[in-house]
Structures are given as C-alpha cells and as structure tokens.
Design a protein. Sequence first.
Length: 277
Amino acid sequence: MTGVQTCALPIYLMQVLDGSEISVAIDLDQGARIASLQWRDLQFALPFRGTPLSWGWYSMAPWAGRIRDGKIKSIGGENFQLPTNWIPPFAIHGFGFVSSWQDLGRGRARLELPYPYLGASIVQNVEVLDDAVRWILEYEANGCDLPAWLGFHPWFPRELDRGGQAELDFKPKKMFERIEGLPSGKLITPSGPPWDDCFTEVEGNPTVTWEGAARLEIDSDAKFWVVYTEDSDGICVEPQTAPPDAANLSAANQDLKLDLNSIDSNYVEALFVFNTL
C-alpha cells in the first residue's frame, strides 16, 4: 500500500465504425449517440457542451420534439405523465438520448423503454458507407398502446476546421404555426430563418454546405422536419415521423391524419451523404 488514493475514471461503452472515408464513434452510455463523425479530416458532430440536449447526433424516441406539459394518453384512454426535467413544462425528445443502450454488435443497439412505455423497445442501426452514413431507428411496441413517433437530432457545427460557415439549403412548402414553443396544428406559408420550427412538404433533399470544404446532403422519406438555427455553434436538421406534440395535435386536429401506431410513425431512416467542394 502506498497510501495514495486513486479514483477510477468512468469507462464508456463505445462502438467504433471505420470505413474508407468515414469514422464514427457511438457512445452507448450517452444515448447511443454519434459522439464523433469524421469524414476525411473534418469533424461533423458537435462535442459535449454541458447538456445531453446539445451535442453529437442522437435519436429521439419514443417521441420526437416536445410534448405539452408532458401529458400523453394511451389508445385505451389512460393518461400518463412523462418527465419534464430538461425543458419544463415540456417533455422533450424521448428517453433514448439520456439512456444507456444494449450493444447488439457493429452499429446496432437496443433500448428497453422505461415506464410508461414498459414492454416497448427501440433498435438503432448505424451503417458506414464509402461517403455516407445510413441511420435507422425502429420502435417495437410489444403490446404497449401509447403513441410513438421517432426522429434524428444531428448537431452540425457551424464551422469546420476549414472552409466557410454552414449554409442551409432547405425548401419547405409548409410550416406549422408555432405558439408557446409548440406547433398549433395549423399549416402556414414558411417564414424565413432563424428557425425553431417544424415543416412538411419539403422539396428535394436538405443540404448543409461549408463553402470550400464540404457539402452534406440528407436523404429521408420522413414527412416532417424540424430545423433549429438559433444556436451560435451549430444547426440541426431533424427528419421526424410526426411533428412535436404529435399525440395531442392528432387528437385536436383530425385533418393531420397522424397514425402514431403505424409503421409510418414507428420507423425512420436517413442517409447522410458527404461531398467535396
């Protein structure tokens, strides 16, 4: 014995995926988020900035975005209270981004959901291609009758190690009116940025360009997109299967026709394609 006390450092469970042009590190203990994504010599994931809400690329499940007062109702009509500890009075982004996930092998992970989604689970799959990353998220209800909808929340840095500042090319036909931080259910003509808004009927694939360095194209069949441009360090372009507060919007506005217990809301896939400028 030396009399010197030592403190063991935490050991995080990581998945590392290396391709010919892309290297991805997934931190399973920090929400199975993509903690690092390097394409060639450039880093495309914002580092930790003090809160799990604002770094890396993470999945949103079993709900995406905010839920008013954290209140949700099952198909059977039972009311439940979700946690609202991150941005009160809202429940935000689900359980996945603050949970430890089970390692299923290369790029795959599973999360068994807590109350009130007991029995349900989420499976994530990240695949590295030559110049692209394919990201898949699937919800398995397993008898849970609560509504679910999914999304991806990548934080792109405004500045890379070289090139210009990030410029977003995004062409939506409609956006949701936003009242008190949530969509009202009414679709309106899109306004210009800055945005913390949900859109639909998007033309083409959204792209983020760092002039002189890289272009990132996002290809997804998701019908809804949330775009956040009010942060000085990063921007977010988030494909989602339904808008924020979807369960309450669906109940209040039948014209939206949101089926939150279908494959359309329980599966989301996106392809992030990198190109040289």
